[in-house]
Design a binder for this molecule. Structure first.
Ligand SMILES: NC(=O)c1ccc[n+]([C@@H]2O[C@H](COP(=O)([O-])OP(=O)(O)OC[C@H]3O[C@@H](n4cnc5c(N)ncnc54)[C@H](OP(=O)(O)O)[C@@H]3O)[C@@H](O)[C@H]2O)c1
Length: 345
């Protein structure tokens, strides 16, 4: 946690104890529980960027399932005094701490991992993050796009590339209209892969096709396996959101070149058909963004930034919530909202 609760930054603000001080509105919780019970908006002293940190004026704060899971206690998490939620965001750097070039002040940035082991999530008017976690947002990219990519695109990147390039390969993206699935399609296409995506209905099929999937299948249809096998008897990567539900489908198109990469633990755990996995010679991989090695995260940031600059990453439909509506924003994500939920401080 950054201990600083006063602001030393650009801009005219009141003084306290020789330091500039200003208030900010932040959504926060002091204990774990249901969104409506524990999330509130309070006024805090604006945080100050410590060594190696930047102060970002938040224009858009992206909500991910991990944010409601942490707040509710569904994942291991402790609150030290208070927690401002949300890892992802976008805005403008307004101050820098020691060791960071002042040339960064005024830079438009997308922010990742803001609340990882820190209390300064992006659901506030300002946040402080290590400089490395505030990445230049190209002029053509909106703040809402910038606030959509941290967790989803970095997870998608790890799932796709942990086992090497995908150029010329075939990728199956389960849940192609989800946030991770969306960026998995776009990053895979940009990297030169053929992509097939599965979805649950026509609206999501449209989104997956728009993201660039070469084939979109409804996983409820009877002929899904046949159509998938006709497209690709064996796929090279599966970016898997529901291993328990989809393992049989994945194994139907698995061979020695196939890596099935699971990044979600919702729903039932699979019963592992060991003989079928052996027969396919398939590799199973699991990804949790919080434990991905730092060099792989840096590579993800580099590749995602290049994709942003090329205009290769797009926004899902956005549901916007004011800061005061943060509890409703969490409930929308928990209920499986279509597209991206954004809080605008
Ligand atoms: N491991 C990590 O580091 C990491 C990182 C990011 C996210 N996650 C987790 O990954 C999950 C998805 O995150 P997200 O932000 O992408 O959520 P999201 O935007 O809600 O997308 C989830 C998608 O999965 C689809 N889906 C559900 N069951 C499916 C099935 N059996 N087959 C195919 N698609 C299915 C959903 O659509 P339908 O229900 O309509 O099919 C939905 O489009 C969450 O549990 C999240 O906590 C983990």
């Amino acid at each position: 946690m950054s201990p600083a609760l006063f602001c030393v930054c650009a801009g005219a603000v009141p003084e306290r104890d020789g330091h500039s001080v200003a208030a900010m509105k932040a959504a926060l919780y002091r204990e774990l529980g249901a969104a409506k019970d524990v999330l509130r908006v309070e006024e805090l002293d604006r945080p100050s960027p410590g060594p190696g940190e930047v102060l970002v004026r938040v224009h858009a704060s992206g909500v991910n399932p991990t944010d409601w899971k942490a707040r509710s206690g569904a994942t291991p998490m402790q609150v030290d005094s208070f927690q401002i939620p949300h890892h992802d965001g976008a805005g403008v750097i307004e101050g820098v701490g020691p060791g960071v070039s002042e040339a960064r002040v005024g830079e438009r940035v997308w922010v990742w991992y803001a609340a990882a082991g820190r209390r300064w999530g992006t659901a506030a008017e300002w946040t402080v993050v290590p400089s490395r976690q505030a990445v230049t947002l190209p002029p053509g990219a909106s703040f809402e796009l910038g606030a959509s990519i941290g967790v989803p695109a970095m997870t998608a990147h790890r799932c796709l590339f942990a086992d090497g390039p995908v150029s010329g390969k075939t990728v199956l993206v389960a849940g192609g209209a989800g946030a991770v699935g969306h960026y998995a399609i776009e990053l895979a296409k940009r990297a030169g892969a053929r992509v097939v995506a599965t979805v649950s209905g026509p609206q999501k099929a449209e989104l997956a096709a728009k993201a660039g999937a070469d084939l979109v299948l409804n996983y409820h249809d009877q002929d899904t396996v046949d159509r998938l096998k006709a497209f690709a008897p064996v796929v090279d990567r599966v970016v898997e959101v529901a291993l328990g539900a989809n393992l049989a489908l994945d194994l139907a198109v698995s061979g020695p070149s196939t890596v099935v990469v699971t990044y979600a633990a919702d729903g039932d755990d699979p019963v592992l058909p060991v003989r079928d996995c052996m027969t396919a010679n398939v590799t199973l991989r699991f990804v949790l963004l919080y434990r991905v090695p730092a060099p792989a995260l840096d590579q993800a940031v580099t590749d995602i930034s290049a994709a942003l600059s090329d205009g290769a990453l797009s926004e899902l439909p956005v549901q916007r919530f004011a800061l005061d509506e943060v509890a409703a924003a969490h409930e929308a994500v928990q209920a499986g909202a279509l597209g991206k939920v954004i809080v605008t401080p």
